[in-house]
Design a protein around this ligand. Structure first.
Ligand SMILES: [Zn+2]
Ligand SMILES: [Zn+2]
Length: 660
């Protein structure tokens, strides 16, 4: 029997139209769907002697493996509804990479489970609460634990308990290259039960993991945000580690938030088991914490380090531009710690050597020809665009007037020069996107660090994540002020998260110290970090968001409009502004909901040209999500009209992570 599954391809009708099939018997080709492809052929298992070529699909049932199941189809429907896209846009997220030859599956795994890890009293109480309590119907839990408090132990225990019940587990991590030891711990602990799913793997490896998980042969899938869509048989637990991490926000077509998709998975109808969702972090987002306030999630806190080691002393010495990249206070502290054979970590969150190349004669800065971004000078004598990767050789003479140019703005490579001069008897390594490009470099550095072969590690935010190095007793923060003043409502929260993470790297096993060099010592982020007073930070941040009406106290959406021609873009954007204005769209509303909507823009984002594409944005502010979604629903036809009739691209982002 040949059955067909129709997928609504028109974005106006985001729904899956089930035709003459049971979703349970869906066997799809491994083809990725393009949004203009509306039909997928689905075959009954009994039909494996057929070979058909409907339209442009070529399908050989004998080589088919199951790539979707009913849950995945339903999830595609929910995702489509959530993000105002078609199911045909959502469905590819659940499909494995297309392979000409399907992967061989491993046998069903029956390896014995290891002993459960030992838990402290505090950890055991949390495990107990997560297993037996839930907030309302949601089964959503937040694990807020200071760095080193043993969140990983709790994950291990819960995973093992789920496996004993025959359930599957999804463990999601931020970018794999940066996720440090957690993946290593889990794959070592449950080697027979675990598959990996992330973009660092080959298509073949990913297809194999996909097949192993959807067939139930593997019980644990560890991956990045794309793994949140992995179809499962009997999903019992979803863990999102470092839930505050920006990489959980997708910035491509659908612009989904991994946490939202995980919640959608909890809502799938017609299933015996509602998976629990556990969001773990040392620095949760305010949005997530608010869910504990409203009763949508249960909050569990670990306030102390598992080793019993107290949190490090944090110093904020007087600091000015004249203090130099490593001021006198930090300089002395470094010598003190290094002479006692301890290790030092320095955070400098800017790549390259000099952030600007300036000509005083014509008053120009070197700028990327493709982006509205200054080029950064790197010590290999190359200017690089950190937005698009463009690079050109550097010459000192200004290309306009030939006079010598100046290098200004401090980057991480300048720290190396200081270490060469003032700490020449100590070894150091630099870890940032430039050095980590070399395969295996980050792992090597971390291993050498652990073995004590490196005295000083300098790095960008890469070093703040997940690494636990016993010998580190001093952390120096060299540049955080730029983050504090970024034009984004989450700027303080982002700075707080980075600062807390890096502070937590110090003295995990013996007493540690931290030095923060800042010209804003009174900033609430700095004060809270110095006092280890997370509650004070969140309280202050919540007050500001409430006053300025930003999430989680209001709902926000962003419309990004892009075009190749700058003038054209601005003309169309002005026109769209008129068409979207709540006053003009009032007739679209049955109620007076329009009156509660604020439309801001068109405005220039902080980077208004990327790779020769110009950008403007609108922000939509609404008092709550329902109002925002009502407004978004009503303006969708307007957006579609613009998509069809103007040479601009339009992106609607309902959960913008950044708005600068
Ligand atoms: Zn010049
Ligand atoms: Zn560029």
């Amino acid at each position: 029997m040949i059955c067909r599954l129709f997928v609504g391809a028109e974005t106006e009708h985001p729904q899956i139209l089930f035709a003459d099939i049971e979703p349970e018997i869906a066997l799809l080709t491994g083809h990725r769907l393009e949004s203009d492809q509306g039909v997928v052929v689905v075959l009954d298992r009994a039909a494996d002697d057929h070979s058909v070529t409907p339209g442009h699909f070529h399908f050989k049932p004998k080589t088919a493996v199951q790539v979707l199941n009913s849950d995945a189809l339903r999830l595609a429907g929910l995702v489509a509804e959530q993000y105002f896209v078609s199911a045909a846009d959502a469905l590819p997220l659940m499909l494995p990479p297309y392979l000409k030859r399907q992967p061989k599956l491993p046998e069903r795994l029956t390896a014995a489970l290891p002993e459960k890890p030992e838990l402290s009293a505090a950890q055991a109480a949390i495990v107990e609460a997560i297993q037996n309590k839930s907030a309302g119907e949601t089964g959503e839990h937040i694990l807020w634990g200071v760095t080193g408090s043993g969140k990983t132990r709790i994950y291990e225990y819960l995973i093992e308990a789920a496996l004993e019940r025959g359930e599957q587990v999804l463990l999601l991590l931020p970018e794999i290259a940066l996720s440090g030891q957690l993946m290593e711990i889990m794959t070592r602990r449950f080697p027979e039960h675990t598959v990996l799913y992330h973009s660092g793997l080959s298509d073949g490896e990913r297809a194999k993991s996909h097949a192993a998980f959807i067939s139930g042969r593997a019980s644990i899938a560890i991956g990045t945000r794309s793994a949140v869509f992995l179809p499962a048989v009997n999903l019992g637990l979803i863990i999102i580690d470092e839930e505050h991490d920006a990489s959980y926000k997708d910035m491509r077509q659908i612009r989904f938030d991994t946490r939202t998709v995980a919640r959608l998975r909890q809502q799938l109808p017609e299933r015996p088991l509602t998976p629990k969702l556990l969001l773990g972090s040392a620095t949760p987002t305010l949005d997530t914490l608010m869910r504990a306030r409203t009763g949508e999630a249960l909050l569990h806190r670990l306030r102390h380090r598992a080793t019993g080691q107290s949190l490090p002393n944090v110093f904020v010495p007087p600091y000015t531009v004249q203090s130099g990249l490593i001021g006198p206070f930090l300089h002395d502290k470094m010598h003190e710690h290094l002479s006692e054979k301890n290790q030092v970590l320095l955070l400098m969150n800017r790549r390259g050597h000099s952030t600007h190349v300036h000509c005083a004669t014509c008053e120009s800065f070197a700028e990327c020809p493709r982006c509205s971004v200054a080029l950064t000078y790197h010590k290999d004598n190359v200017l690089r665009c950190h937005q698009c990767g463009f690079q050109q050789d550097y010459s000192r003479a200004c290309p306009v007037d030939g006079t010598p140019r100046q290098l200004t703005g401090r980057g991480i490579q300048r720290v190396e020069e200081i270490l060469d001069g003032q700490f020449s008897s100590y070894s150091y390594a630099r870890l940032d996107r430039d050095t980590a490009r070399k395969r295996g470099f980050a792992d090597d550095v971390m291993q050498t660090m652990r073995d004590g072969g490196i005295d000083i590690l300098i790095g960008t935010q890469m070093i703040a994540k997940g690494f636990d190095i016993e010998g580190v007793t001093l952390v120096g923060v060299l540049a955080i002020d730029q983050m504090l003043t970024a034009a984004d409502f989450r700027a303080s929260e982002n700075a707080w998260q980075l600062l807390s993470q890096v502070v937590g790297r110090s003295g995990r096993h013996k007493p540690g110290e931290v030095v923060i060099q800042t010209m804003a010592p009174e900033h609430p982020v700095i004060r809270a970090a110095q006092a280890h007073d997370a509650d004070a930070f969140y309280q202050h941040e919540a007050d500001i968001r409430r006053k300025t009406k930003y999430p989680p106290f209001a709902s926000l959406a962003r419309i990004l409009m892009t075009a190749d021609d700058e003038n054209y873009l601005h003309r169309v954007a002005e026109k769209l502004a008129g068409d979207l204005a709540p006053a003009n769209t009032a007739q679209l509303f049955a109620s007076d909901a329009a009156a509660t909507i604020e439309l801001l823009g068109p405005a220039l984002p902080s980077v208004n040209k990327i790779e020769n594409v110009y950008r403007v944005q609108f922000l939509i502010k609404a008092p709550h999500e329902a109002a925002l979604r009502t407004y978004a629903t009503r303006i969708l036809p307007v957006l579609h009209h613009y998509r069809r009739n103007f040479k601009t691209q339009l992106f609607l982002d309902l959960e913008p992570r950044e708005i600068n």
